[in-house]
Structures are given as C-alpha cells and as structure tokens.
Design a protein around this ligand. Sequence first.
Ligand code: GDP
Length: 461
Amino acid sequence: IKFLMLKLKLLANINQSLSHEIVAEVLKAYGYELVLPEKPDEIVRKVKKAGKGEQWKGRSPIVTFMGHVDHGKTSLLDMIRRTKVAESEHGGITQHIGAYEVKLPRGRITFLDTPGHEAFTAMRARGANATDIVVLVVAADDGIMPQTIEAYDHAKAAGVPIIVAMNKIDKPQANVDRLKKQLGSIGLLPEDWGGKTIAVGVSAKTGEGIDHLLEMILLEAEMLELKAPYDMEASGVVIEAKMSKGRGPVATILVQQGVLKEGDFVIAGYQSGRVRAMFNDLRQPIEEALPSQPVEVTGLSGVPEAGDHFYVVRDERKAREIVEQKQEELRRQRLEPLHKNHLRLEDLHKEIKAGVIKQLNIILKADVQGSLEAIEDSLNKIGSSEVQISVMHKGVGPINSSDVILADASNAIIIGFHVEADDQAKELAQKEDIDIRTYRVIYEIFNDMKAALEGMLAPKI
Ligand code: GDP
C-alpha cells in the first residue's frame, strides 16, 4: 500500500483490485516476476520468484462439473468414481471428501465433488482458483437450458477451458445433432462440426462414452502443460471442512504447490495447526501430498472455510503470531463490516483515470430476450478507448444469487431491465457490496453509462 501511494501516487487500500500492469510493477520492485497465463482474462495463477528456479514438474488436472440442474453432474461424478476408482484400487472404498482422484494408464485426474457453477465462482470470489478444466454437462434430451448458459459464462469469466459432456445419450429422446447445433449457436461448436469445442456423448446410466470423456480431459490437460513447483513449502486451498466427533476439525485440502508432509505446521484461513494425519480419498493414510492431490487432514485448531487458502509455515511461533493477527482482523471486521471495494458505477470515471479499470464488466438481466440483445448491442458501442464494456453474462429472468456471485468474483455491475433482484440476491449484493441497477426505460441505461464514463453520475441512494 505504501508503495502504491508513494511511488505510483495511487490511493490504495487493502481490498483493492489492481490491473496486471500495476501488479507487475509492484512485484518487480520487490524482486518478483508476474507470470501471466496465455489467456488474457484468466486469473493469475502463478507468481514465481524471479531467478530462483524452483523445480516445476507436471501435475494432474483438476476438474469441475457444471451445468443445468438435473442434467446429470452428480450422476457422472458418481459413475466415474464407482467404475474408475474402485477398478484401479481393487475394491478400495472411496470416501466422500469433497474431491477424488482417478488413476488412468495415461495419467491422473482430480475431480472436485461439489459440482455447480455457484460453488465454483464463490471459491473464485475468495481468490481460490482450483479448477483447471470445466466439464459442461448438457442433457441431450433437454438441450441447452438457462443454467447451462449461466455455467458457461461463469467458466468463461474464469478463463477455464471447457469440455462439453452431452449426457443421457441412452435416452430415446436424446438428440445429439440438435444439441450440437445449439452448442454452435452459443459459441461452442463441436470439433466434428468444424468448431473448436470437444463435445463427447456420454451416459451416466450405462457408462457409455465415459472413457472417451476421461481421455479428452487428459488430452486437454496435456495441452495446458499444467505444472507446479514441488520443492517448496506446500500451499493450496480448502475444498471442504467439518467438525468430526472423534477426530476434531477435518479439512479436505487440495495441494497446489509444494509437497505437504505429515507434521507440517499449516495456516488455513483463520485456523492453524500441525498436520496430525493425512488420508487420501480411499481412506488410506499417507505421509505426503503432491500438487493436485486432494487429501483430508486432521490437526487444525478449528474448522476453516471452503475457499480458504492454506500454507505451510516453518516457524511455528511466527505462524501463531500470524494467526492471532488474522483473528484480530476478523474480530475488527465483525464490528465494522469489510468494505469489499467492488466497483460502483458512479466511481467508474475515477477508477479509469487511476488506471485501475480498463474493462467494465456487466451482467445483464431482462424480462425478454429481445431487450437483452438490443441493450447489449448499444452497450458495446459506448465503450471508449480507455474502457471497454463487456457483457460477461446475460439472461432472461430476475437477478439471482448466481449473478451476484459472478459479479463479486469479476468486479462486475449488474443491470436489470424490467426485472428486479430476488430476495436472496438482494441480501447477498448488500453483503458483498455489489452495484445493482434496475431500469424500466432503455435510454436511461445509456444515459447513466455515459454519465458514469464521464464522471458525471450521481451516487445511487
Ligand atoms: P445434477 O442435478 O446435474 O447433479 O443431476 P443428477 O445427476 O442428480 O441427475 C438428475 C436425474 O437424471 C437423475 O434422476 C439421474 O438418475 C438422471 N440421469 C443422470 N444421468 C443420466 C443418464 O445418462 N441417463 C439417464 N437415463 N438418466 C440420467
């Protein structure tokens, strides 16, 4: 913060989002290098210390299933677990720990067991990017539904590659050709139709196509060349955590960097402790956990939250100090709720001038499809050379909590035309400080946008 204020003359606070350029500058000043992924809007995943040359080695992909409700996410996850995990482990019992690993002749895959885009984006909003590949599940009898689009936009916003699983092909009503056509219309034209998207026909009921789907996941993973440093203190993300009667706090964590060892002292969110025991998804005790490996750990002082980061600290005394500080901060925040500093439209101009914002992300909801298209077209036209306007998700229907979660993770504002936010969304928006603006007249949207771009918009009361 001091560096930002003194050297870059930026008004800064602890919860502020910064552009890549500014982050790179700050890192450089402290001897670090910013490594950006190939895809421009992918969240920065790796920051490595320049010149130190840790050993980066391959790691297996982490996969999340998303899609419309009832299209078969849970069934596919169950089917894969039942057939693949048991098969390779000669009848090993899989334990539900929030994630599981499949070992195939060509490589391993880790599946996150909490399917759905809300859980995915909620983690992302907390800065935890665990997923490497999204499998978008679409039932071939129903075809693309509103939540399919929602899930697709959430995956796109995270910059995560997408593979489509066309599920329920065992059903007589399944129509794969119709589905492929629909996929083409939303920008996911399958490869065999001349597009770029891998789309695999599967059935969670008969198991047909599952092997092919797993192969495609591994192929995509090879192209991503996923790597992680191994010879450093472990860090990663909490997937799930609970209080267990006999064992105390139990957390499932996913190691993202380094190797976690039994006896390591870890900080996880507001908790800390020495890793007493570690188990894999087959309930087998293990002594080490490698990057991309989900493990259950015991020994923490309390129950951390899903999405919390964890990291190993060598110096136990220092670790306790850090945790005490964090808990103190938490107490303060409870008294004085954390202002997340999400973008408000009236601050747009200021943030553009400060170089904080180069793209205005908008989530657009309306009562009818026609209005969505019309508003999006016109919004795209009012962007300037200083700021691009990007409608990252649009849909028909009230503003829901999934919209708010996406806005939270992507620093977006939400515009509703002839629709309101539902109660849950309102509550969440208030809590996360998300700017929701609803309109009944189209030209008022553009008036507000233009005024915001020029710094002439009055705050919403
Ligand atoms: P989710 O909401 O996406 O997790 O969907 P579920 O996995 O709960 O599946 C919803 C319903 O579809 C359940 O009744 C499943 O048995 C059924 N289902 C899922 N996959 C298939 C499939 O491939 N074929 C058939 N016939 N039914 C399926």
